[in-house]
Design a protein around this ligand. Sequence first.
Ligand SMILES: C[S@@+](CC[C@H](N)C(=O)[O-])C[C@H]1O[C@@H](n2cnc3c(N)ncnc32)[C@H](O)[C@@H]1O
Length: 237
Amino acid sequence: MTLGTPQAYGDASYWDNRYRQDNGPFDWYQQYSGLAPLFHLYIPKRHRILMVGCGNAVLSEDMVNDGYQEIVNVDISSVVIEAMQRKYQDYPQLKYEKMDVRDMSAFENNSFDSVVDKGMLDSLMCGSNAQQNVGKMLEEVRRVLKPRGVYILITYGGPHVRMPHLKAPESWTTTLHVVAKPGSRRALETPSWVVTDPIPMNDDGSLGPDFHCEDPDLHYVYVCIMDPSQHTTKTYK
Ligand SMILES: C[S@@+](CC[C@H](N)C(=O)[O-])C[C@H]1O[C@@H](n2cnc3c(N)ncnc32)[C@H](O)[C@@H]1O
């Protein structure tokens, strides 16, 4: 499934209605098996992890079953959060809280080692006031991350549409990986790349000859690592 058409993807009411009609579970884009090599590379098992826009994905459960110890999941939809709280009441490693990622003031500065985003930023990109909302969200992500913390964005958006949001301000360094879409032509081929090897990216967001900026058979994984000298001291009243 692709989040491609501008709709009300940024609205809580859109997601509440959707989760009332279909209580899943459903993982957008990729399942854990496709992402695990990258998570193993960048997210140590002891990390305190924030999963933004968790929906009713199985990703967090799969991570816990693989040894991750603490994952705080947030979503703007109270319908999905209540369902996930019931589903995972016997998993002490998983917490679910209703929250808008544009205002995560319930969390202290520098309180997470990693933030995982699969389809969350994409939802804001597809809604109204995208630029402003994505800016607010990324400011909050940077605020809650510790120095050297990691933000992992899994998205259908290629570098020329995502890097303008990720590269300013320069408080982190961004590395790109690509993963074939499950069931796509790319997934059936022997890949000409190794998923854990970063893809060289030019300043204008263009890629090497094997990759087209908007290849419909690829998902893009941006790994942003906080520069320890730039971490935020912003406080909320
Ligand atoms: C495309 S779905 C991705 C769900 C899940 N991460 C996955 O990979 O299957 C986007 C999710 O973001 C949530 N969402 C949208 N806007 C939000 C916001 N401002 N704050 C928190 N969650 C939001 C939606 O409720 C929805 O569950």
